[in-house]
Design a binder for this molecule. Structure first.
Ligand SMILES: *Cc1c(COP(=O)(O)O)cnc(C)c1O
Length: 357
């Protein structure tokens, strides 16, 4: 069976050597030495100044909204994983959707300004499938109206834009290190932020709001990463260049074989991809379903990602209708992509897709 992705497992001996350290020092969680080590290594690896590890990518978004005091309305994209929107709703922030650009699959920056009202306090774009948003245009709109920008960068680990990490844009960028992501720590996530002075507050917000032995200045939560997760992250980080280069090779094969048949996401110029997903867009939903059925019958399971468009969620108020996002999400499929997927398997997948035309 071939699924859309397969979690990367590093050398078990290396992982065991970290577990031995945990058994020696007896520290399992609460900002332990491995979490600290992973934070330091990630800052260097990603080229970012300020980074705090957390339990997952969803809670990273929630902490970001709290740390920046986001209230009222936030403008966001309907074409994303559900957590981008549900994290807003959980925090009593109303998502105002801005439709996407059909080629980049990202929020259409030219549509943002019209959606701003006195109740808007933030823009929450997503670098969809690791494709950098139009960060300059988004920042200039945000500056003009005094809005915060929080990038859901769950797909953007190691993505570069104009020679530096895309994570340096916006007030905060959040990462997910879920087992299915390019870089993972089983479960995990991070906040990356421009303003160093946010760090102290972020650190107590993830630890029940406890600042020190005397003070609990505000409502917090439990969003800590544990030592076993950090150990996995340290092992996966050692192998990340090899993981990316294997994925790059497979992406190039897909690209070469499918380019006259389906549409691809148009990636920003000046961007360096991380090869985290291989989305293809069909001309119709019927065609997508035909291809999906054919692949499923051979035990190959791509994923309709993202589907459905988030403006269809039942719990969204006010109700909204995003035609471009709905159209794309009905026609997009992420093809299997992971480091130990074999060339022959990619060729088989391409043969099946080509056989539908
Ligand atoms: C995976 C993902 C999340 C959620 O991250 P978790 O670590 O699974 O909580 C949020 N946004 C996007 C775009 C994602 O792909």
């Amino acid at each position: 069976m071939i699924n859309v992705t397969k979690s990367y497992l590093p050398s078990i001996d290396k992982y065991k050597s970290y577990i031995d350290k945990i058994y020696e020092n007896g520290i399992l969680t609460n900002s332990g030495p491995l979490v600290h080590e992973l934070e330091q290594r990630l800052k260097l690896h990603l080229g970012v100044e300020n980074l705090v590890l957390v339990a997952n990518g969803t809670v990273a978004l929630e902490i970001a909204y709290r740390a920046l005091d986001i209230v009222g309305y936030a403008i966001t994209t309907p074409f994303s994983f559900v957590a981008t929107t549900s994290s807003l709703v959980t925090n009593n922030i109303s998502p105002i959707f801005c439709d996407i650009d059909e080629s980049s699959l990202n929020i259409d920056p030219d549509r943002i300004e019209n959606l701003i009202t006195p109740n808007t306090s933030a823009i929450v774009p997503v670098h969809v499938f690791g494709n950098p948003c139009d960060v300059e245009k988004i920042q200039s709109v945000a500056d003009e109206y005094g809005l915060k920008v929080i990038y859901d960068a769950a797909h953007a680990f190691d993505v570069e834009y104009k020679g530096k990490s895309i994570l340096n844009y916006g007030d905060i960028s959040t990462l997910s290190f879920h087992a299915t992501k390019l870089f993972h720590s089983i479960e995990g996530g991070a906040l990356i932020f421009r303003d160093k002075s946010l760090e102290e507050r972020v650190r107590y917000l993830i630890n029940f709001g406890i600042k020190n032995k005397e003070e609990i200045p505000e409502l917090g939560t439990n969003a800590k990463m544990n030592e076993f997760e950090a150990a996995m992250g340290l092992c996966v980080l050692d192998d990340i260049e090899e993981i990316k280069s294997k994925r790059k090779f497979l992406c190039e094969v897909y690209q070469e074989r499918l380019r006259n048949i389906v549409s691809f996401q148009e990636v920003a110029t000046d961007a360096k991809s991380n090869f985290s997903y291989f989305p293809v867009v069909f001309e119709s939903e019927d065609k997508l379903l035909e291809v999906e059925n054919r692949l499923n019958s051979k035990n190959i399971f791509p994923r309709r990602y993202f589907y459905p468009s988030l403006d269809k969620l039942s719990y969204i108020e006010p109700k909204q209708h995003m035609p471009i996002s709905r159209s794309v999400s009905s026609r997009v499929l992420c093809l299997p992509l992971y480091a130990d997927l074999e060339l022959q398997q990619v060729n088989d997948i391409c043969d099946i897709i080509c056989g539908c035309y």
